[in-house]
Design a protein around this ligand. Structure first.
Ligand SMILES: [Fe+2]
Length: 248
C-alpha cells in the first residue's frame, strides 16, 4: 500500500500528485494574495511546473476584504482572457471564494461556491466565529456542503500532542455535514507543533476530505517541503488530492 514512500522521510510537493487545486489566492489585486497580474502568472507557472493543471481561485471575502461576487467574476474573466500563451490551453481556471464566517458573510446573497454546491468557509486563526454552528446549520439548510478551510490552523482547537481541544465540536461539525480541507503548508509544521499534532490527529481519524495549496505567492512553493508526516499519513494526503476532483 505504501509502495512509493515506505522508505522515505522526505516528500516533495510533486509527490502529493496534486493535479486539481481547490484553494488559492491567485486572482490579482483583491486580497492578501497575488498583487499584480505578473504575480498571478508566476504562481500559475510555479504550480503547473509541479503538475497542477486545474485551479479553483478562492479570493478572501470578509469584512476585511469585502469583495463582491460580480466584481470577482469580472476580474476572473479578465485573467482568463489574458493568460500568456505558455499557460493558456494547458491549465484551466475556475472561480469560487473563501468566505470568512463573519457579519459580512451573513449579509451576502450571491455566493461563489464550488460545483455540487460545496462552499469554502474559514474562521480567524485566533478567534472562533461566534456564530459557527448557526452558520454551518444555515448553509446546510440552504443546500450547501460547507468545506472548512485548514482546521489544523485554528489555535482554539490546539490541544497539545494527544487530542485537539474541542474535539466534540469538530465531530459535531462533521455530523452536520461540514467537510474539512487540509493546507499543504501545514504538513511542514509551519504553524507549530500543536497545529502539526492536530493535523496528524485529523489525518489518522480520516477527518479530511480535501487538500489544497492555499497559495498566496510563488515564493511559498519553497515552503511546501520537508513534510513531517508518516508514510501512512502521506498516503492519505495523496488520496485527498484525488478527492479534489469532485469540486470541479
Ligand atoms: Fe485561503
Amino acid at each position: 500500500m505504501f509502495r512509493f514512500f515506505a522508505n522515505r522521510n522526505h516528500y516533495s510537493f510533486a509527490d502529493i500528485g496534486l493535479r486539481c487545486d481547490v484553494h488559492s489566492h491567485i486572482l490579482p489585486g483583491v486580497d492578501d494574495g497575488a498583487g499584480e497580474f505578473a504575480d498571478s502568472v508566476a504562481i500559475l507557472r510555479a504550480m503547473h511546473a509541479k503538475g497542477v493543471e486545474r485551479f479553483i481561485l478562492t479570493p478572501h471575502v470578509s469584512t476585511m476584504f469585502p469583495n463582491k461576487a460580480a466584481e470577482l467574476r469580472l476580474r476572473f474573466d479578465h485573467l482568463v482572457a489574458t493568460l500568456p500563451e505558455d499557460l493558456a490551453g494547458k491549465i484551466s481556471l475556475h472561480l469560487a471564494s473563501e468566505y470568512m464566517m463573519d457579519e459580512y458573510f451573513d449579509s451576502l446573497t450571491d455566493l461563489l461556491h464550488y460545483s455540487n454546491q460545496h462552499i469554502l468557509v474559514e474562521m480567524s486563526y485566533g478567534v472562533r466565529s461566534p456564530g459557527l454552528l448557526e452558520t454551518i446549520f444555515r448553509l446546510v439548510q440552504d443546500g450547501f456542503t460547507p468545506v472548512l478551510a485548514h482546521p489544523e490552523r485554528y489555535i482554539f482547537y490546539f490541544g497539545g500532542k494527544k487530542r485537539p481541544r474541542g474535539v466534540e465540536e469538530l465531530e459535531q461539525l462533521q455530523e452536520m455535514g461540514c467537510k474539512f480541507q487540509l493546507n499543504i503548508q501545514s504538513l511542514s509544521g509551519a504553524y507549530g507543533p500543536d497545529s502539526l499534532a492536530n493535523l496528524k490527529y485529523f489525518l489518522d481519524h480520516d477527518w479530511y476530505s480535501f487538500v489544497a495549496s492555499d497559495i498566496h505567492a510563488a515564493r511559498q512553493m519553497a515552503r511546501y517541503a520537508d513534510f513531517k508526516v508518516s508514510p501512512a499519513q502521506f498516503e492519505k494526503v495523496r488520496e485527498l488530492a484525488q478527492n479534489n476532483e469532485m469540486l470541479f
